[in-house]
Design a protein around this ligand. Sequence first.
Ligand code: SF4
Length: 114
Amino acid sequence: MAKTPAATMPPWLDITRLRSIDPANQQWRKQIGCADEPPVTFMPPVTIRTKTGVGYDYLPAAAICARCPVRYPCLAVWLRHTPSDIDRQTGTYVGGTTPTQRILIRRHMRRTAA
Ligand code: SF4
């Protein structure tokens, strides 16, 4: 059974680059790497139950996002337009990140805001 990735910041993520994305620029949507993928890939059913909670199989979605040329704008727009409390509940893998990773990213961005 697949394991849920550990709750760490994505190793590929450059926060400075993420901050530089203009969420109003929607040109990136022409290059999305998941246009033909079923939504269930990014919102997988619960696959792991433990004493402390549940886990999801994000590995198929992670493989698709890893090849996607628009991870940064995808993630920037998601972070901008999805309230953090809603984001936690969705269980959605998006922009190369799990919901738990996005909590860490949001926290890091708040702490390091100019
Ligand atoms: S980064 Fe992932 S979720 Fe975002 S457009 Fe690309 S494949 Fe889709």
